[in-house]
Write a protein of this length. Structure first.
Length: 114
């Protein structure tokens, strides 16, 4: 399986895995018994919020640079794309957040969304 990214797109799987492992470690450390689906839902929402905020910060000029053409002397803005598997970060934030909310509703009210 191939994963492609550009810019900070590598943060998508990294944030998903770190939020899941962090919640699993926290519940184990505090000796709390939680269903795996609850950890999945919370980790997805946390990762979605992180990715959305990362997209927002990168979109507001942090990832653009001014480029000068040597021959003509013209300047222009160069924006770096940040995507994972050809989808921009904002879509991954929405997908993770939506998946986490869907999973939480499905846990609270089984069969409601089926």
């Amino acid at each position: 399986m191939f994963f492609t990214w550009s810019g900070k797109g590598y943060m998508v799987p990294l944030s998903a895995s770190l939020s899941t492992l962090g919640l699993m470690g926290l519940t184990s450390l505090l000796n709390i018994s939680v269903q795996d689906e609850v950890i999945t839902a919370i980790a997805a929402v946390v990762s979605g919020v992180f990715i959305w905020n990362l997209h927002y910060r990168l979109q507001n000029g942090a990832s653009s640079m001014t480029v000068v053409d040597d021959e003509t002397g013209e300047t222009g803005k160069f924006k770096i794309k940040h995507d994972f598997c050809w989808f921009p970060l904002r879509f991954w934030g929405l997908m993770f957040g939506g998946f986490g909310i869907y999973t939480a509703v499905e846990i609270a009210y089984p069969g409601l969304l089926a």
